[in-house]
Ligand binder design. Structure first.
Ligand code: PGA
Length: 256
C-alpha cells in the first residue's frame, strides 16, 4: 500500500515571517486531512520557525537540500544532523535546478542521499529529462541514468523508504504539464527499473511523485494514474489556497 504524498517545494521564496503566515493558513485549511502525507519544504532560514508552527500538526517538515558531511570546513553548507535538530523529516535531493545551476551530478546526489539515510531523513530524490533530451527520444536513457546513478550502492531496505520525484525539466515552472499518459509512462518505467535493480517488493513500496506545473485543476487526473503516488509542487505551493486545493483534490484518490 502506498499512501499519497504531496510536498511543497518553496524554492528561494518566503522570509521567516511569510513562511509562518503560510503554514498557519495551511494548518487551518488542512487540519482534517489524514489520508495524505503533506510536507512543506521552506528555505533553510525559515525551518526553525516553521517547525515550531508545525508542532502537533499533520503537516511534516522537509528541507530542500543537504551536504553529505556532518560538520567541518564547508562554508555555506548545512548537514543532516543540523536539519534533524530543527525537526526536519524529509529532504529533497538532486532537484533539477540543483543539477542545472549548481553543478549537482549523480555522484553528489548519491552522497547526499547516503548521508540523509544515515541520519534517518526521508529523501525525495528528483529525476527528469530536459526538453532537448525528450525531443531526441532520450527520456528513458536519462531516467535510467538518474535512477541508477543516484541510488548506486543503496540497500533494498534503504530504497524502500525513500520517495522519488519524476520532474520533467520542461514542465517545471513553465505552466506546461506532462499529460497524465506521458507521466504514467515514465513512472511505470521507473517502477520497472526498481524491480530489476532491487526487487518487485521494493518497486511496489517506493512512492513516486510527479512534479512540474501541478495545479489544483490537474491533480486528480495525474494522481488517478496507477503509478503516480503524489506530487512535488513548486509555484502552486506558495499560496495556501492553491496548495490546500491540491491536497484536497488528492484525497479522492485511493491509496495505491
Ligand atoms: P513547479 O515546480 O510546480 O513550479 O513547476 C515543481 C518543482 O520544481 O518541484
Amino acid at each position: 500500500m502506498r499512501k499519497i504524498i504531496i510536498a511543497g517545494n518553496w524554492k528561494l521564496n518566503k522570509t521567516s515571517q511569510e513562511a509562518i503566515e503560510l503554514v498557519n493558513s495551511l494548518n487551518r485549511e488542512l487540519v482534517d486531512v489524514t489520508s495524505v502525507d503533506i510536507i512543506v519544504c521552506p528555505p533553510f532560514t525559515a525551518l526553525t520557525e516553521v517547525s515550531d508552527v508545525l508542532t502537533d500538526s499533520n503537516i511534516d517538515l522537509g528541507a530542500q537540500n543537504l551536504y553529505w558531511e556532518d560538520s567541518g570546513a564547508f562554508t555555506g553548507e548545512v548537514s543532516a544532523p543540523m536539519l534533524k535538530a530543527v525537526g526536519v523529516r524529509y529532504v529533497i535531493v538532486g532537484h533539477s535546478e540543483r543539477r542545472q545551476f549548481f553543478g549537482e551530478t549523480n555522484v553528489t546526489v548519491n552522497k547526499r542521499l547516503k548521508s540523509a539515510l544515515r541520519h534517518k531523513l526521508i529523501p525525495i530524490v528528483c529525476v527528469g529529462e530536459n526538453l532537448q533530451e525528450r525531443e531526441a527520444n532520450k527520456t528513458f536513457d536519462v531516467i535510467r541514468d538518474h535512477v541508477e546513478g543516484s541510488l548506486a550502492g543503496l540497500s533494498a531496505e534503504e530504497v524502500k523508504g525513500l520517495v522519488i520525484a519524476y520532474e520533467p525539466v520542461w514542465a517545471i515552472g513553465t505552466g506546461k504539464t506532462a499529460t497524465s499518459a506521458q507521466a504514467q509512462e515514465v513512472h511505470k518505467f521507473i517502477r520497472g527499473l526498481l524491480a530489476r535493480m532491487f526487487s518487485e517488493d521494493v518497486a511496489q513500496a517506493v512512492r513516486i511523485q510527479y512534479g512540474g506545473s501541478v495545479k489544483p485543476e490537474n491533480t486528480a487526473e495525474l494522481l488517478g494514474q496507477e503509478d503516480i503516488d503524489g506530487a512535488l509542487v513548486g509555484g502552486a505551493s506558495l499560496k495556501a489556497d492553491s496548495f490546500s486545493a491540491i491536497v484536497k483534490n488528492s484525497v479522492s484518490v485511493t491509496t495505491k
